[in-house]
Design a binder for this molecule. Structure first.
Ligand SMILES: *Cc1c(COP(=O)(O)O)cnc(C)c1O
Length: 220
């Protein structure tokens, strides 16, 4: 099937309030252009350099989401244009994003990454660390970022029960934060779910799915 056909099929299966981030990392501009012509406007990349090159070459109304791990010293390159940064895995990173956003006079949307997987290779705060973070006065500390929600990646496994349990835990934590520690109207994004597990993620309350290979085909 073509990229456009894949998009139609995936979007038909998404709940109305779930946003699709088309993950175009490693894929050529022509593939992104095809998805764009099929109506997709939100794309996810995991390398700042690659995202910047693509943003330069492609239509200006694309919203670029940085979904990968970022290094502090590279944040300045995306600060002028990025729409949302998913992987805020350390407070130091939020501080850097705030500093770079202020230099370009923006308030940048971001998500705090929570470590929910079994593997220790995945970045992010654990639940206790995140509670400590959200207990701070984040708006005063970091006025140039807007923490819009949480992001998490489940364990890479065929065990659906485990994936579901991890997503459910993240979803419950998200609602708990929203009720008890961070009652902001803009705190409403729960980014969870990829090609292999987004249906489970949606059932567990995801509001944003990050889908790559099911749209663009397998990556090398
Ligand atoms: C690559 C990537 C995705 C998309 O993965 P697919 O399995 O191709 O859908 C989603 N989220 C993150 C953080 C990624 O790095």
């Amino acid at each position: 099937m073509s990229i456009a056909e894949n998009l139609v099929q995936i979007k038909a299966g998404l709940a109305a309030d779930v946003q699709l981030v088309a993950v175009s990392k490693t894929k050529p501009n022509s593939a992104i252009q095809e998805a764009y012509e099929a109506g997709q406007r939100v794309f996810g990349e995991n390398r700042i350099q690659e995202m910047s090159d693509k943003a330069e070459a492609l239509p200006k109304d694309i919203e670029w989401h940085m979904i990968g791990h970022v290094q502090d010293n590279k944040i300045k390159y995306m600060a002028p244009f990025v729409s949302m940064v998913h992987g805020m895995d350390k407070e130091k990173r939020i501080k850097t994003l705030n500093k770079e956003a202020s230099k370009v006079d923006r308030r940048i949307d971001c998500l705090v990454q929570i470590h929910i997987a079994e593997e220790d290779s995945k970045f992010g705060f654990d639940y206790d660390e995140a509670k400590a973070l959200f207990s701070k006065d984040l708006e005063s500390l970091y006025p140039n970022v807007r923490i819009c929600g949480l992001m998490g990646m489940a364990t890479f496994t065929d065990n659906e029960d485990q994936v579901r349990k991890e997503f459910r835990g993240l979803s419950q934590f998200f609602h708990q934060l929203k009720q008890e520690l961070f009652e902001k109207d803009y705190f409403k994004v729960l980014s969870m779910g990829m090609s292999g597990d987004y249906k489970i993620a949606m059932e567990e309350g995801s509001t944003m799915v990050r889908i790559g290979s099911s749209i663009f085909g397998a990556r090398n």
